[in-house]
Design a binder for this molecule. Sequence first.
Ligand code: LMR
Length: 313
Amino acid sequence: MKVTVVGAGNVGATCADVLAYREIANEVVLVDIKEGFAEGKALDIWQKAPINLYDTRTVGVTNDYSKTAGSDVVVITSGLPRKPGMTRDDLISTNAGIVTSVTENIVKHSPDAIIIVVSNPLDVMTYAAHITSKLPRTRVMGMAGILDTARYRAFLAEALNVSPKDIQAVLMGGHGDTMVPLPRYTTVGGIPVTELIDEETLNAIVERTKNGGGELVKLMGTSAWYAPGSAAAQMVEAIVRDQRRVFPVCVRLEGEYGIDGVYLGVPVILGKNGIERIIALDLNEDEKQLLETSRGHVKEVMDALDNINAAKA
Ligand code: LMR
């Protein structure tokens, strides 16, 4: 299996590293526009192979998409990260141009690839990649739900003093402050979380999760990379190994949850064809309302992108 990761910054390099050391692909091509940057990162990861004992070949290229030809999966991490004081939506005009041009190059050389978008604002960059690629919606998706759920699970594990492995959770909606963690679907070793934690602590964890990316931007002056890069690699693994894992993934909804034409995180089954199935949960009225707020927000940013594109045309 051949996987391309576009963008050799922190997120892209972390993703490539996980893909390599977990031998998720035989070949990983790392692409960047900065001369020598991807080559250097790929070489460094390759030189780690004899230490960490893997044989995945990592190759770096400067903007040469011919080397990505025939990729089975492509992860797009390119674009600017946000800085303290910015929202993800502030990145839209710069990152939309980048994601659009990267997608054009990807589809030209790997028409059969499945595309995973990681760039922000995530839901709208997934929209940009999808309309540019003209691929079926099952093959162009965004990574955010695994990351947001991981943050939620990590905070819960800390509060309950249990292993994060035993926390299962679903989270829906856009990758931003309007995301919808679902305590009703959260379990700890099969036990509903509400039986183990008081409401106030749980609500505080939900709020912390919603601001999870911002918390890290504030601490580091730039956005996170270990969890985002690993989350993208986990999606690649589910696809290349046809694992049929159940993850929250951003996809264009076409009637599911009563929503049409908006890109939102929903639980899906991920396998060799990309999104094998979208799982429709029976949400209660409160959850439906939260999802509707998230839909409204993402739609606004999608409209902003349409206006940017119309002004350019
Ligand atoms: C994240 O959640 O870590 C990413 O979306 C990056 C960001 O700007 O928060």
